[in-house]
Design a protein around this ligand. Structure first.
Ligand code: ME8
Length: 651
């Protein structure tokens, strides 16, 4: 027997977030659907997923929670694994970047790149946003603050290793041009070339001394491997690359498909291929960047209270229904708006009505007219042949669309057949045929055609909806595995004699108006809870400091003499402050909370001995103290009560 061809597919490794939403399920559902489809069509599939667990953000969250980073991520990873189980995401392996096998693999890769001079020691300097763990250039800053979260950034410089991306730029441009399928959808190829490669690549920083929760560089342990060399390597360390047990690597690498969200295509099609090429390894065959599931045109976020919980949806509608919706609703490469209405209507019309009706009506009629025994077909009419042709045409259509990752189009094709079957019932009117004994052979043919179509549909939907097919097979009396196989959908008429078994409705019909009202209320409650949580300040005690440390801070009363908006900077106010017999300029990012004129004359609290910083070209000398909620939705300046001259010390 010839060996099965191999197929290696991956999802990105997810950040362990306590905020996993339906958007995260999107990529995993697609990867699982593809893995199942390839298995169904005869491939030896390896499907990898996992978690990306290092970095300062995790370190800080763990500290806030009073646990070690490992304890913090362990708990979240358990939740992620439970979600994949609930959603039938049936991976072959789950890699964690904290796994020993990964740590050792990354250290080896880093060392090799260093020894061959693709990694070198340099100095990194930039504006650093701690919450986002990101360095930014001056140009990237927005109003002098982090362009992602809007919070203040700090100038930081540290020794760091760099990876010579620039050395491989011309090679990569040529590679991408010669392999038009490497980056998909193809519009992303142009984006990568025009926005990043052709303007010129800069070497990237691949280590940090300021981050402790990371993989130590083994030959320079005060450096932790920074982000992408750690994260991207997972695709090969999981296969045992570089160890004595690299059988999986030998068998499955290169990957056939890396599925990733559109925002990380860049890392997967620039840094990753260069890393692999530098290591002398073959490149993945394709990187596909899918779109985002958005709400009200924007990303889901916990603080907006618009996070859609996949667990809740699966429990209420079944994982098959949720998977169907995700794969059907929007073309895979594009963004799509998530609404409760779209979800509920799709489940009702496509699953409860179209698919549910086909199966339940066909089975009910076989029970009623043939005592549950599947009739043998008689002669086919033109009408039958038309439907049969559509059913037989589905195999190549679905194969083509699935291989192109056009999940939605594949499902549209399958649902077209379901629609044709339901119309066929109306056209052939079995209930009228049943009245006349002479029409019995015709009635048998009609019902046979319907059951056989239902069998084909059940096989076709199985990659997207792994649970429903078995329920359909039970009802239409299919037990033989061969009749559940992909090959058996190529030619019509495989369904043998047997018995149908009327079962429960595949998907209960939904009262759409009531359901939407209920979901709406649930969402409002979730939003209110999120707001309450956000506003309830969580106080976490920081490390104790000595009194001498406090004494270093020079806090004084300052009087606002002038205050004005900084032109072309939405967030910034420029203050002239009187501090005793001196005056100074301070720039503060609080324009959103105050009108400049409200502040004139106020006595505020100034940290006077903070090193000066240039913000939007203005030198700011000190910082005004404010109190703010965690999400910065409310912010108030600290002012001094009563009559006290400016310049007075605060202690
Ligand atoms: O990016 N719609 O992890 P991550 C669709 N650790 N997809 C979404 C989505 C949404 N609303 N929200 C998130 C990372 N995703 C890195 C990857 S790989 C070596 C390292 C997708 O947890 C997102 O696009 O932030 C990405 O593909 C995946 O979830 C993981 O995102």
């Amino acid at each position: 027997m010839s060996e099965k061809p191999k197929y290696y597919i991956t999802t990105p490794i997810y950040y362990p977030s306590d905020n996993l939403h339906i958007g995260h399920s999107y990529c995993s559902t697609a990867a699982d659907t593809m893995a199942r489809f390839k298995r169904l069509t005869g491939y030896d599939v390896y499907f990898l997923t996992g978690t990306d667990e290092h970095g300062q953000k995790i370190e800080r969250k763990a500290k806030d929670a009073g646990v070690t980073p490992k304890e913090y991520v362990d708990h979240i990873v358990d939740g992620i694994k439970k979600l994949w189980k609930l959603m039938d995401v049936d991976y072959s392996d789950f890699i964690r970047t904290t796994d020993d096998r990964h740590v050792r693999g990354v250290q080896k890769i880093f060392r090799q790149l260093y020894e061959q001079d693709d990694i070198y020691m340099g100095q990194y300097e930039g504006w650093y946003c701690t919450p986002c763990e990101s360095f930014w250039t001056e140009l990237q800053l927005k109003d002098g603050c982090c362009p992602d979260c809007g919070r203040p950034v700090e100038r930081m410089r540290e020794d760091a290793y760099f990876f010579r991306l620039s050395k491989y730029q011309d090679w990569l441009i040529q590679y991408i041009r010669e392999h038009p399928d490497f980056i998909q959808p193809s519009a992303r190829t142009a984006e990568m070339l025009n926005n990043f490669l052709l303007p010129g690549l800069q070497d990237i920083c691949v280590s940090r001394t300021s981050i402790k929760w990371g993989i130590p560089v083994d030959f320079m342990p005060n450096h932790a491997v920074y982000v992408w060399i750690d994260a991207l390597s997972n695709y090969i360390t999981a296969l045992g690359y570089g160890t004595d047990h690299d059988e999986l690597y030998q068998k499955y690498w290169p990957a056939d498909l890396h599925l990733v969200g559109k925002e990380i295509v860049r890392f997967h099609t620039i840094i990753w291929p260069i890393m692999l090429h530098a290591l002398g390894l073959p490149l993945p065959k394709q990187v596909f960047g899918h779109g985002w599931l958005v709400i009200d045109g924007g990303k889901m976020s916990k603080s907006k209270g618009n996070v859609v919980d996949p667990v809740r949806l699966c429990e209420r509608y079944s994982s098959d229904a949720v998977r169907y919706f995700l794969m059907r609703e929007m073309p895979f490469g594009a963004d799509g708006e998530f609404t409760n209405e779209a979800l509920v209507k799709r489940i009702n019309s496509d699953l409860a009505n179209d698919l549910g009706n086909l199966v339940s009506r066909s089975v009910a009629m076989v029970e009623k007219y043939f005592g549950g025994e599947i009739p043998a077909p008689d002669a086919y009419t033109d009408l039958d042949r038309e439907l049969i042709a559509e059913a037989e045409g589905l195999n190549p259509l679905v194969e083509r669309e699935m291989d192109g990752l056009n999940f939605s189009q594949a499902l549209t094709g399958i649902w077209h057949l379901i629609g044709s079957c339901n119309r066929y019932i109306d056209q052939t009117t079995p209930w009228i045929l049943a009245k006349n004994e002479a029409d019995r052979p015709r009635l048998g043919t009609v019902l046979y055609v319907l059951l056989e179509c239902a069998r084909i549909v059940a096989i076709m939907i199985s990659p997207v909806m792994p649970r429903t097919p078995e329920r359909i097979f039970n009802q239409i009396g299919v037990t033989d595995d061969e009749l559940k196989s992909w090959n058996s959908t190529r030619s019509f008429g495989q369904l043998p004699a047997g018995h149908v078994h009327k079962g429960e409705a595949l998907f209960p019909r939904i009262d759409v108006a009531r359901e939407l009202e209920m979901l709406d209320q649930e969402q409002k409650a979730a939003k209110a809870a999120a707001e309450k949580e956000e506003n309830e300040a969580v106080f976490t005690q920081k490390d104790l400091i000595a009194y001498e440390d406090f004494e270093h801070l020079q806090l004084v009363v300052a009087k606002v003499l002038t205050c004005e908006k900084v032109p072309k900077a939405d967030k910034l106010l420029r203050f002239t402050l009187k501090v005793g017999n001196t005056e100074r300029t301070v720039v503060s990012g609080i324009a959103k909370y105050y009108k400049p004129e409200e502040l004139i004359g106020k006595k505020v609290v100034l940290l006077a001995n903070l090193a000066p910083r240039k913000i939007r070209g203005i030198e700011s000398n000190g910082m005004l103290l404010c109190a703010a909620t965690a999400d910065d939705s409310v912010l108030r300046l600290l002012t001094v009560d009563g009559d006290i001259p400016d310049g007075c010390a605060i202690s």
